[in-house]
Ligand binder design. Sequence first.
Ligand code: HEC
Ligand code: HEC
Length: 436
Amino acid sequence: MPSVCATARCEPFRVRFTSVLHACALMLIAVWASAPLRAAAAASAAAGPLAQPKSLRQVGVPAAATHAAIPTDDAQTPEKIALGQRLFFDARLSADGTVACSTCHDPARAFTDGKAVSTGIGGRVGQRNSPTILNALYNATQFWDGRVTTLEQQAALPIINSIEMGQPNLAAAVVRIAAIPEYQQGFRSAFGSTPDGRNLVRAISAYERTQVAFDSPFDHYIAGERNAIDPAARRGWELFNSSARCNKCHALSDQQRDTTNFTDNDFHNVGVMIVRHDVITLARQSRQLLASGDTAAIDRAAIQTDLSALGRFLVTKKESHIAAFKTPNLRNLLLTAPYFHDGSQATLWDVIDHYNKGAGLKNPYLDEDIVPLALTERDIDDLVAFLASLTSPPYKEAAAVELARQRELAKTTRPQRDTARAFGPKPLRPKPPAAS
Ligand code: HEC
Ligand code: HEC
């Protein structure tokens, strides 16, 4: 198979790549900021093999959950999906024509951006790490703090966030799109109407719902092919569900293993960088700022301010939710580094070192399930082997390269490793400060 791809499939792709380079050179000579040419480059990214709607015939696709993820009043049609795909890759949706959804959700990186935190228009840097949109159709809530539930509600927010795509409101984005003949045509064939905000986010969501990623070696293992994953990964999977305690959150319940999305759909404080912030003061400030409970206000706080560190608290105002974040899916992690809501960990070894030491001295809100784990180096390697087995076929080669890179880095750099704490007693959790 790989050799077939190298000749027959990749050759036309290389030709297309050269012509894109050619277009870029012309663009430099002619008009640097010409929107139509940039749109052409974006359109070619939209046509790349990794951007295409995925087949549902993958081992591990949860049939019922996939069906349930499609709104009953908004069927997936080829026209809607094609329109959404074009919009997802089109920088003309942003205020200055430079940022598309795909800028931060690049299919080549499993729809993430490879940065600790994302950069939007004018190079403005946000507070949070870009999550993948692969399998986002199954998310019970969207965003690291779950501030909205549907993909449609989600899609509207980056468009109007002033440091992401920067439009003053959704209507402004619609005006821009409605002036383009190909979109007039696209909305007509998808919805039988002229462009509007409601259908704009519906089309984008329809495209996102085609991005299902399963068929990993682990899915084949669960389907009964015992040798689809190696002994290290098999041991890692057992550790995941026992002494490493990962299943406490990355599973549906204590008893029920989740081999689909690896999440309890809940929010936890796992001690990520909380010590850096004075969360009590932040919580007080946020109570005033967010009294309205308006989602766009929460979005601004989460993306643009230090209040971001408060996580789920921004949405619920419950003290126990201070610095709690959504348990994320664990598929295709080798394409989505760096890790955690703030991109604070560079490798999977760092993530596991973090859990191993029961991270969270001086953290009164730390989840009860975060305790010293006493994992050995071999245990950690096996857990990484298991996580690596969650890679879907389109990313196989890139993941192997990244795994080798992380392994090399982890040989010399383990900033989170703290063996004394990992093998020590559970530290006392400080009491939350008295409420004022
Ligand atoms: C400037 C970078 C940037 C742009 C542009 C952007 N996103 Fe995101 N996206 C992010 C970040 C960062 C988050 C997480 C923010 C948070 O949790 O507060 C996110 C979250 C999401 C999520 C939630 C996934 C999950 O697991 O919770 C989806 C879905 C998504 N984006 C889709 C889109 C779509 C659709 C567009 C275009 C309309 C878009 N994004 C534009 C950076 C970006
Ligand atoms: C108490 C619940 C809990 C436990 C136990 C737990 N996790 Fe997590 N996991 C989370 C939450 C919540 C996040 C997001 C935290 C954040 O970003 O602040 C997360 C994030 C991650 C990430 C980063 C994913 C990404 O996209 O950035 C990885 C990898 C991960 N966990 C693996 C593990 C492994 C392996 C174990 C067992 C050693 C484990 N988790 C145990 C709840 C948990």
